[in-house]
Design a protein. Structure first.
Length: 255
């Protein structure tokens, strides 16, 4: 019987909880209301701030409450080129301009946008990291929109789903190498306890399924089945394929 391995210990929380105390709050679209469904709302960017543990900067946008005499501040992921004092518009009737939030169905094909909703009203789930964006591929007549994700995969989402026009600010972050361990230390200090990461092959057999042996080698296939017990579930989990991607992918639609 081996020890409880690191991946199992992460499930309990404890020292593996995310370091969220200094974070600036959830960055999401406005709650979908009558004004956004049928017209538009105007907001003004009050400040652009850094959020610890997140690559993209956040924008604090001030709106007038459509129902009460007061102002409401929303936190958005900042678009590349956004500035303080900028007016941005949210809603179906909003113009196609960088920083504006409108449904995918109102954007022409080829538009670049980010923080896309998977279902209308979920306030943004796709393409939220710095420099990321989604490209609108096509619209269908049954209220669906086909988009190209940052990974290159295509996905079909409802045309009512909202997105912010442009691309998420803070792009090019990974172009500069970290160079030294100290920078990595502070990077992950703001995120959660996941660095430095000891390799499984460097451990003893009691600590990890890849541990032990006279040379640092796994000793068996690194793929593992989907329903494996949690203490065994390390490596390439339920891999469809392994190894380098060789050859070119033939797109049947082009032929």
């Amino acid at each position: 019987m081996g020890r409880v391995i690191r991946t199992q210990r992460k499930g309990h929380g404890s020292v593996f909880k995310s370091h969220s105390f200094h974070r600036k709050g959830a960055a999401r679209h406005r709650t979908l209301d009558f004004a956004e469904r049928n017209g538009y709302l105007r907001g003004v960017v009050r400040e652009i701030i850094h959020d610890p543990g997140r690559g993209a900067p956040l924008a604090k946008v001030e709106f007038r409450n459509p129902y009460k005499y007061k102002k409401v501040t929303s936190t958005f992921i900042a678009a590349e080129g956004m500035y303080t004092g900028q007016y941005l518009y949210c809603g179906r009737k909003a113009q196609l301009a960088i920083g504006n939030v409108l449904p995918l169905g109102e954007m022409p094909e080829g538009t670049i946008c980010f923080n896309v909703e998977t279902t209308a009203g979920d306030r943004g789930t796709i393409a939220r990291t710095s420099g990321n964006f989604v490209t609108i591929v096509s619209h269908s007549e049954d209220g669906k929109t086909r988009i190209k994700l940052p990974s290159g995969a295509k996905k079909v989402v409802p045309s009512d789903s909202r997105a912010m026009v442009g691309l998420a600010a803070g792009g090019g972050r990974i172009d500069k190498p970290l160079l030294k361990a100290g920078r990595s230390y502070y990077k992950y200090k703001a995120k959660r306890n996941e660095w430095p990461k000891v390799r499984g092959v460097a451990m003893n057999p009691v600590d990890h399924p890849h541990g032990g042996g006279n040379h640092q080698h796994i000793g068996h296939a690194s793929t593992v089945r989907r329903d494996a017990p949690s203490g065994q579930k390390v490596g390439l989990i339920a891999a469809r394929r392994t190894g380098r991607v060789r050859g070119t992918k033939i797109n049947k639609q082009q032929e």
